[in-house]
Design a protein around this ligand. Structure first.
Ligand SMILES: C[S@@+](CC[C@H](N)C(=O)[O-])C[C@H]1O[C@@H](n2cnc3c(N)ncnc32)[C@H](O)[C@@H]1O
Length: 425
């Protein structure tokens, strides 16, 4: 694919996504961009992981100069970064009547969103017209950080949902170098990338084909109904899939060359088994449609066939370390799913239901099964509802989410790899 075709495909892809309303945040529910997994797993996970670093930044700024926070959103789409920053949880959850967000709009001095897609920028401007401290701009990050020489440094150089995976290694290296040059004494850099070792695409785990070119083909075919996913009007474009160690090494090299230090950092796998391409099977015909199964667990008045959640991992011949990771997750995940199925089968037998689950599972699975059993025991007392669909299945979804979080190691073994780095001079 030549440069011009790549650019046209990226622009057409996102213009179509905007045209079908994917970036209006209205298409919620089962099969849309803001589906249940995006709302209940991905957005929450991103916020949770971001919170500790943003809290440190917020408290430092408050103690130093009392100024608000400046954020630059790289590949901002419809400006969803704004929503993420204004709904960050305080680090420890509370059960108080009010949910207190870590930052309010008034804590943000300036939020600048840049994106290559004019359609996205137009959408962002219309969504955020009432936020005075926002500004949006069409810019190509392949050319580096779009700032002018007098522009005040940002506290956070942010990206979400794969934007920086559109960049080649050279472009990302230039962008990060520019950030190191532009930042003040300290900054947080957030790279949200596609994980190289996601089970959605084992075809990409191997060595890179061709010197210097680390990009592989991707598509957002999940935005289309199944019968149209393989048609020609679905754009394909190159994407850089990253491993955790690989991006860590890459970022540290750039920082070192720019005489910038790396302080606290976090690498996190987000959506290990629930990436959008589990539903399309476009890059791995063996993967089960976990995303739609989890979407269904969260849906109201909808009972899910729980056997769809069983994970059958096929080991990769060349990646023992990644195999071990997935095999451990597979045992725990399946133990929890089977534990739920078996416990539901016992619902008429409280004595059996409240007996101890088998102890050969990891403690997190045992605790999860105990929670489910107590809930199943109580559920029939909710006389008017469908307790299986509306209480037990969402609870199972949250417990599986918890399991993912506890198992993740930031390997890039997931749809999304979040890299959060604090840089300082
Ligand atoms: C998957 S979307 C994510 C959008 C947004 N960050 C979100 O969280 O929804 C990726 C975004 O990166 C933008 N993008 C792709 N290549 C880019 C480039 N070279 N320069 C700037 N933006 C780019 C796309 O237009 C698109 O809006």
């Amino acid at each position: 694919m030549n440069q011009q075709t790549v650019l046209n495909n990226v622009l057409n892809n996102y213009a179509k996504a905007v045209a079908v309303g994917a970036y209006d945040s209205k298409l919620v529910g089962l099969g849309n961009k803001c589906d249940n997994v995006r709302q209940y797993w991905e957005d929450r996970y991103t916020r949770y992981v971001l919170s500790p670093g943003i809290r440190r930044l917020y408290e430092r700024k408050r103690d130093e100069d009392g100024g608000g926070i400046r954020i630059m959103d790289l590949g901002c789409g419809a400006g969803e970064g704004w929503n993420i920053f204004t709904t960050l949880p305080r680090t420890s959850p509370t059960l108080d009547a009010q949910f207190n967000s870590l930052l309010n709009g008034s804590d943000i001095e300036f939020y600048k969103g840049v994106d290559i897609s004019p359609a996205m920028i137009e959408k962002a401007e219309s969504i955020h017209a009432h936020h005075n401290q926002t500004q949006f701009m069409v810019a190509d990050l392949d050319r580096g950080l779009p700032v002018d020489s007098s522009e005040t440094p940002y506290d956070i150089y942010f990206s979400s949902y794969g934007s920086l995976s559109h960049l080649s290694d050279d472009s990302l290296s230039k962008l990060v170098g520019d950030i190191c040059e532009h930042m003040g004494d300290r900054a947080i850099f957030v790279a949200d990338l596609l994980g190289r070792y996601s089970y959605e695409w084992p075809c990409y785990w191997g060595e890179f084909q061709g010197k210097g070119n680390h990009m592989q083909t991707y598509s957002m075919s999940y935005l289309y109904p199944p019968e149209r996913r393989n048609t020609e009007d679905v754009e394909r474009f190159p994407i850089r899939y990253w491993g955790g160690e690989e991006i860590d090494h890459f970022l540290r090299m750039i920082a070192e060359n720019m005489n910038v230090y790396v302080g606290e950092f976090q690498l996190c796998d987000r959506s290990i088994l629930v990436g959008r391409h589990t539903d399309t099977g476009e890059f791995n015909a063996e993967v089960s449609p976990f995303r739609s199964a989890i979407n269904s667990l969260h849906a109201i008045d909808r009972r899910t066939d729980l056997s769809q959640l069983i994970f059958n991992y096929q080991p990769h011949p060349n990646h023992p370390h990644i195999n071990r990771f997935f095999q451990n997750l597979q045992s725990a995940w399946n133990a929890l799913v089977y534990g739920c199925i078996e416990s539901l089968d016992m619902w008429r037998n409280p004595e059996k239901l409240l007996s101890e689950p088998p102890i050969e599972c990891p403690p997190i699975v045992l605790d999860s099964i105990r929670i489910l059993r107590r809930l199943i025991n109580q559920a029939p007392n909710l006389h008017f509802d469908d307790p299986r669909a509306n209480l037990i299945e969402p609870q199972l979804a949250y417990l599986l989410r918890n399991l993912e979080w506890n198992f993740q190691q930031g390997l890039g073994a997931s749809h999304g790899l979040l890299a959060i780095y604090e840089f300082h001079r």
